[in-house]
Design a protein around this ligand. Sequence first.
Ligand code: FAD
Length: 390
Amino acid sequence: DSQKYTGIVEDCCCDYETVDSLNGAVLHPLLQELVTTPFFRYFKVKLWCDCPFWPDDGMCKLRDCSVCECPENEFPETFKKPMQRILSSDDLKCQEGKPKAAVDRTLDSKAFRGWIEVDNPWTNDDETDNSEMTYVNLQLNPERYTGYTGPSARRIWDAVYSENCPKYTSGEICQEKRVLYKLISGLHSSISIHIASEYLLDEAKNLWGRNLELMHDRVLRYPDRVQNLYFTFMFVLRAVTKAADYLEQAEYDTGNVEEDLKAQSLMRQLLYNPKLRAACPLPFDEAKLWQGQSGPELKQEIQKNFRNISALMDCVGCEKCRLWGKLQVLGLGTALKILFSVDSKNHPYQPLQLQRNEVIALVNLLNRLSESVKFVHEIASVEKTMERFT
Ligand code: FAD
């Protein structure tokens, strides 16, 4: 398998070896730390959503499906008194099983100052609508196996692929549609890898661990799924580095001075990393897209397709899967917005504007992709070593 991942990542500008070494040495360690900072670990999300396509089927089998929200004492209180030392590890106890905590919906005006409210044309949820939004501590709700499977889950993926981005065979569809397909397939690979890497091996003993067979069956034995994962990683990385000036100047203010400075410093190390800039200065070249005559129409069409994919996340019948589905689709939508909605050639003065939640989604998505790429690389390396001895 390891032989299949050499050379340039299809449609990207860097090769697999470079991506793996950059990820291992630079990106993965930085991102792992960044997502634990208070700014990046709280995600605002609408979890109780009406699916516009089918009635709710509540298909989840396990308790692990449910999300524990941020209780008021964990999150809002600290931001009401910004200068205090915040969030001891005691504050981070999961409130699972307790009645749903009331959430202070005026929080956005009290904390996270300096961020604008702006809707994302690539996603279905109106990001400026705070009603019904709640805050989730992502560190307490890891993406992993939940037992969500069967026709309900299959229906979502089928709809995502067949209604919104029909499978491509090389040369049959335009490059832009192929990009959309690859982004979805890459995200799907990443979700499957996370399921397999934190799997409930023995329900009675509550034993969790890696399920390598599942990882093989769902991802590794399909070279295109691995390629799409690398592609998606490079695409999102390009969006982050393209928005470097904006992201560097953004406010990571949650009231916890020490942690906020750490977030800012880690962000700078990510955005202006000399190793990254030297080895892979342009992870994806967005300037190659939308060049034909039908460019603007095509963009509208693909934007509509992606909004449909975003709406489908409201139909995911397991709360934790829905949380990560929504976060990652918003992250992809943000990457698409950064790369394609600000047309610096024709509108040089149209500034990029991002919502805080979009930035949180973008960075957490990049971290998830980075974890998946690391898993794949580790397994490929082990296989390579074993091949040498057999
Ligand atoms: P599925 O993963 O459901 O795949 C369905 C079909 O899609 C496959 O048969 C194949 O034809 C095609 N396919 C699969 N992978 C790819 C790819 N990378 N590229 C192109 N085509 C592909 N379950 C959890 O346990 N935890 C979660 O956090 C979780 N999050 C989810 C989030 C979303 C948005 C969705 C829709 C589902 C989520 N699920 C989660 C369910 C999980 O993704 C699977 O659907 C479930 O485990 C059943 O898997 P499966 O083997 O039937 O194949």
